[in-house]
Design a protein around this ligand. Structure first.
Ligand SMILES: [Zn+2]
Length: 93
């Protein structure tokens, strides 16, 4: 029963990948599909995946919009954003 064993492995990896993906603030079902279609590779991908929520943030000095640290030009007011004072960078949970 090769097919049956593969199905068990695919579903197991799918669930594990989905749970990790959901824990990182992403969709369980998207990562379940990735893990089921690509067992192991999907699991590695979700472990390496960086959630958007984990990116450090800073505040635009001109309009106070909160943007990601890697954003170089404020999307609201167009101010050039240089590397801020480290005390102004905050790590979202
Ligand atoms: Zn701004």
């Amino acid at each position: 029963m090769e097919g049956g064993a593969y199905l068990v492995i695919a579903v197991s990896f799918g669930i594990a990948t989905g749970v990790i993906g959901r824990g990182k603030g992403s969709s369980f079902f998207i990562w379940f599909a990735v893990g089921a279609v690509l067992p192991l590779l999907g699991l590695i991908a979700v472990i390496a995946y960086r959630s958007e929520h984990a990116e450090p943030e800073r505040r635009c000095p001109t309009c106070n919009k909160v943007v990601k640290l890697y954003v170089q030009v404020c999307p609201r007011c167009g101010t050039d954003l240089y590397l801020p004072d480290p005390s102004e960078v905050r790590q979202p949970r």
